[in-house]
Design a protein around this ligand. Structure first.
Ligand code: NIG
Length: 398
């Protein structure tokens, strides 16, 4: 077991504090850390650093936890750039676009689905995402959803069952709900930790979503909801009622929705890259934070509404467009996101750097995290460690 001392850290963001405003608990200037056996063995001020078997100097750069991306749809086939172009020309996003991806996904082999998801997982990892959730939801039949769940389990840290994404063409709604809550759930549950429902006009209403989510919960899965993306769908109210881990999108919130979230344990997961691509209004992120709600940021990587794996892009957008501070945005993309997947505490906690915790971290080619918004679009994650191992291909020594 060799230890490695990392020095030259101009700013170490640990996000181990009590909240995004806890500057002393979250950040150490002129810091160092020791990695041993994939975990952080020590961290603190560089002047106090212990000796180690090996030494790496990051040359005055910033180090922070790896991104935790809690909302992706990585398992799919096909391309929807024509739909994107139509939207950019003035069309509006509607749930029905999912059907295009369903046809392509059903036609693909399991090997093709795994290869596509692996490519996106590698792309995300190279940009600092060390923990990632992936959903099913583009096959919408029993064998196809099971296949998607197996593929997701190959590449993702957490798998979510999203059979309730759309009622497939030609299938009776009631029959489809019976399928999702019966044989499809049984086939997918062994690979999944969560169940999700797209609670939206054109997808599933509140009653249908509740039925699906309760069936998933009875099968031992945690609950997540796609809610209030295209209108005040009732998804947020349902998520809070069911004590969901997360309600995602949240573009259209009433004051009552904000208050409900603030008084609940449900995380509002915001998806700024999707909002830009669909030209939906941004969620009221400031109002949520100011009311005391917990938020997370995620990419929502999918071929329809948000074809990006870049958490840094989401962080920059959250700062520049949604008026989060840098510290709030980075917290939401790391520790806040860990809360949204139940991985904030324990030996395998993610989203923060602490002694004894996993050495999942990134080195920025910048002296501070403020450069994530100050230099938007620049690939700043020049070193990425997952369980202490270097994962960035070729270009850096960190
Ligand atoms: O999160 N909103 C529902 N699901 C995806 C979009 C899926 C699609 O259009 O392919 C989302 O945006």
């Amino acid at each position: 077991m060799t230890s490695e001392l990392i020095t030259g850290i101009a700013e170490l963001t640990t996000n181990a504090g009590s909240g995004p405003g806890d500057v002393d608990g979250n950040r150490i200037a002129d810091a160092a850390l020791v990695i041993e056996d994939g975990r952080i063995a020590w961290l603190g001020a560089a002047v106090d650093a212990p000796d180690a078997d090996a030494r790496t100097d990051v040359g005055g750069r910033a180090v922070l936890p790896g991104w935790v991306d809690t909302h992706t749809h990585l398992v799919f086939a096909g391309d929807r750039s024509a739909e994107f172009e139509a939207r950019i020309a003035g069309g509006r996003y509607a749930a029905g676009g999912i059907a295009t991806t369903v046809a392509a996904t059903r036609a693909a082999s399991e090997e093709q689905l795994v290869a596509g998801a692996r490519r996106l997982r590698a792309e995300a990892l190279a940009q600092g995402t060390t923990f990632l959730e992936a959903k099913t939801g583009y096959a919408l039949d029993v064998e196809g959803e099971a296949r998607s769940a197996r593929a997701a389990a190959e590449v993702a840290d957490v798998v979510t069952f999203l059979g309730a994404h759309l009622v497939p063409a030609g299938v009776d709604r009631r029959d489809y709900l019976d399928l999702v809550t019966g044989p499809m759930l049984a086939a997918v549950a062994p690979f999944a930790s969560y169940i999700d429902a797209f609670c939206e006009v054109g997808a599933f209403d509140v009653e249908e979503s509740r039925e699906v989510l309760l069936a998933g919960r009875a099968a031992g899965l945690g609950v997540r909801v796609h809610g209030n993306q295209l209108g005040e769908s009732g998804g947020v109210r349902l998520a809070v009622e069911l004590e969901a881990a997360s309600v995602d999108h949240c573009n259209h919130l009433s004051d009552a929705d904000v208050d409900l979230l603030a008084g609940s344990s449900t995380v509002a997961t915001l998806l700024p890259a999707c909002d830009l691509s669909t030209r939906e209004p941004f969620p009221p992120a400031r109002a949520l934070i100011d009311a005391g709600a917990s938020i997370a940021l995620a990419t929502n990587c999918n071929p329809g509404t948000s074809y990006t794996t870049s958490m840094a892009y989401c962080v920059a957008t959250a700062v520049l467009q949604m008026r989060l501070t840098i510290a709030e945005a980075v917290w939401a993309a790391t520790r806040g996101a860990a809360v949204a997947v139940g991985r904030e505490h324990g030996a395998d906690a993610v989203g923060s750097l602490r002694v004894g915790g996993l050495a999942d971290l990134q080195v920025l080619d910048a002296p501070s995290i403020s450069h994530l918004a100050y230099r938007p679009g620049v690939p700043l994650a020049v070193g990425v460690r997952q369980r202490g191992e270097r994962v960035t291909a070729g270009t850096t020594q960190w």
